[in-house]
Design a protein around this ligand. Sequence first.
Ligand SMILES: Nc1ncnc2c1ncn2[C@@H]1O[C@H](COP(=O)(O)OP(=O)(O)OP(=O)(O)O)[C@@H](O)[C@H]1O
Ligand SMILES: [Mg+2]
Length: 320
Amino acid sequence: MLVIETINLSRIFINKKTKKRIEALKNVSLQIQGGQIFGILGRNGAGKTTLIRILTTLLLPTSGSAYVLGYNVENEYYKIRPYINLVSGGENPGYGVLNIKENLFFFSQLYGIPRKLAKEKINKYIKEFGLEERAYNLVNTLSTGEKQRMQLIRGLLNDPEILFLDEPTVGLDVESSRFIRQFIKKWIEETGKSIILTTHYLAEAEELCNLIAIIDSGRILALDTPSRLKAMGSKEILYEIETTPLSLEFLKNIRGVSIIQDKYLDGKVSFKISLENESLISNVINKISELGSNIIYLRKKETSLEDAFINIVGRSIEDD
Ligand SMILES: Nc1ncnc2c1ncn2[C@@H]1O[C@H](COP(=O)(O)OP(=O)(O)OP(=O)(O)O)[C@@H](O)[C@H]1O
Ligand SMILES: [Mg+2]
């Protein structure tokens, strides 16, 4: 089922001070099927949050249209809102002077959840998210990781059909982000619902998302599965090989093979080669054994999502 559709969606901001016009989204046309984690990957300022804000009915498009669960974000937002929720990373959660339980109960009442059911859900999630010991502590005393877990619980209270996660692990330590990633995967598996996730962490996009849209300067530049995107990283076929002592001169005589790197240490030779075609690797292996040397290690270097990102966007996700 199609849960999101955008047609030539554009959003322009005018900077109040400089009067400069910023095209945060440019003709974004997307069709997103439900039951999966759909990732939006992009650098700072790429337009991720703008897209999420339009889809969660918090911001209007300048032109084009967007439909969530078949409803138009502009004039049917009230039909969309009960079925979605949004959790943003680094967001200040709720009211600092309330404790976790009070905060979550407060939000459950805004979502119109019957009191008894709300309390049951909150207790269940507090346990599942390992927040039992902190349940009665004021929110402004929580660590960043604990706050973010509480936010995620808040996002689940209305059992959303689509959960929007805008950089859900930003600023979290390894353990808290791992917890959140595991939970996200489990939730999708168990419920079959949909998650739209933005991130600028390549590894997170690769681990979690069924499909990734790469966005830059407001445009979607690529949309595919993580493995097919990675294949766009580089056409080069690279191998890393380690052998017992051996002179690498022989490689110069195999056409289509070039040495990229070589190191001689502790009675071992490590080298990296680039091949013009895949079948050349068997020539290399045969030659090594003919020369009386043993292969200790041989690995084909996979292209990374980072390589693909640079290829598609023209610059790395983190550099300025
Ligand atoms: N309310 C606003 N007024 C003016 N410009 C804005 C406004 N909101 C966003 N922008 C600009 O629109 C562009 C896209 O911003 P957006 O927040 O969507 O990017 P992002 O991909 O979420 O970035 P980040 O990774 O930093 O969160 C940026 O150039 C930003 O400065
Ligand atoms: Mg953002």
